[in-house]
Design a protein around this ligand. Structure first.
Ligand code: TPP
Length: 320
């Protein structure tokens, strides 16, 4: 009996899963919060890929965006502020069969979690990392974040943020072993979906920075780039994303960009106006830590049993 696979024991029937089957607890984000759009894109992805909920795990830090795992019907770990990535790495190394997704805020990833962000990029483990970048600390009610633009008035910078905001794209593209970097905006759901899907199919760590509206604390922050579509530069490519013909009529500022070109990716990433949207860089040949560390030797059940027996024998009272 114990030799049978659990699935066979339970006689599980394959069934088609709908978007609703991936929905978790009732969403408590503010209405109009861009996190809702990211959640929808991810639920759509799991539906389209027909991923069994028990084969996906969502790991987050602390923040509004980090409530993400609660809203998915899958495994989840709402962790500690800034520590989502090392937890995700631990999960991936022990359970390579799981699809690992990480959701963090900009404060979570680029402030308290900076060291983990840098090393996670270098380790390049197979996972999709989404940073919900609203350029402010949302959960703790409007403090300055590393990506807040210079001059932004927040509760911790009442006279305006004194420094230029950090550019997460150029930083990430400068880290050894970087293998996938994309930039998205949550108010273009089709493009967002395409980017997350490409990230999901990428071998290695897919780093996706998503500009995300916070309607409560910074309701007008992204107005300039929302109201003027030419302030976005849409990067299209056969190995990247394609623009729907109707969207292409609105977003006329487009450019063919081959994500294999890291130098061009770095140049595009440093542009703040227009904001590049799409897949900046992609390289499947970068080693992934989880594969490098995977045991070369296949450990069979018999080998495990023999090893256990040997250990037990040490404590056995053997009259012979
Ligand atoms: C160690 C630690 N320091 C500080 C906090 C307080 N704190 C909770 S969430 C947060 C920042 C949230 O901002 P962000 O990561 O950008 O996510 P958002 O809420 O905007 O989605 C902070 C400072 C904490 N929970 N733990």
């Amino acid at each position: 009996m114990f030799g049978l696979e659990l699935e066979k024991l339970l006689d599980v029937q394959e069934e088609y899963r709908r978007v609703e089957d991936y929905q978790g607890a009732t969403v408590r984000w503010c209405s109009g919060c861009g996190d809702n759009s990211i959640l929808t894109a991810v639920q759509r992805l799991l539906r389209d890929e027909q991923i069994p909920p028990e084969k996906a795990v969502f790991i987050s830090g602390i923040g509004c965006s980090s409530r993400f795992p609660h809203y998915m019907n899958a495994y989840g770990f709402h962790a500690v502020h800034g520590r989502a990535l090392p937890i995700a790495e631990g999960v991936k190394i022990r359970r390579p069969d799981l699809h690992v997704f990480v959701n963090m805020g900009d404060g979570d990833c680029f402030s308290i979690g900076t060291a983990h962000w840098i090393h996670a990029i270098r380790y390049n483990m197979n996972m999709v990392v989404m940073v919900h970048d609203n350029e402010v600390y949302g959960l703790t009610k409007k403090q300055v974040s590393p990506t807040s633009p210079r001059g932004l008035r927040t509760n911790t910078t009442p006279y305006g943020a004194p420094l230029e905001g950090l550019n997460p794209l150029t930083v990430t593209l400068g880290i050894t072993n970087v293998s996938f970097v994309a930039n998205a905006v949550e108010w273009m759901p089709d493009v967002l979906y395409q980017i997350i899907r490409q990230g999901f199919h990428h071998k290695g760590l897919a780093f996706i920075r998503i500009l995300q509206r916070c309607p409560t604390y910074l309701p007008h922050l992204f107005d300039p780039i929302i109201h003027d579509p030419n302030k976005l530069l849409i990067l299209t490519h056969e190995n990247g994303i394609q623009l729907d013909p109707e969207l292409a009529k609105i977003y006329k500022n487009q450019m063919e960009h081959d994500p294999a070109d890291i130098h061009k990716a770095r140049e595009l990433a440093s542009s703040l106006d227009p904001v590049p949207i799409g897949i900046l860089y992609r390289n499947e040949n970068v080693p992934t830590y989880d594969e490098l560390r995977r045991p070369k030797r296949q450990v069979t059940l018999e080998m495990r049993k023999a090893a256990l027996e040997k250990q037990f024998d040490k404590f056995g009272v053997n009259p012979v």
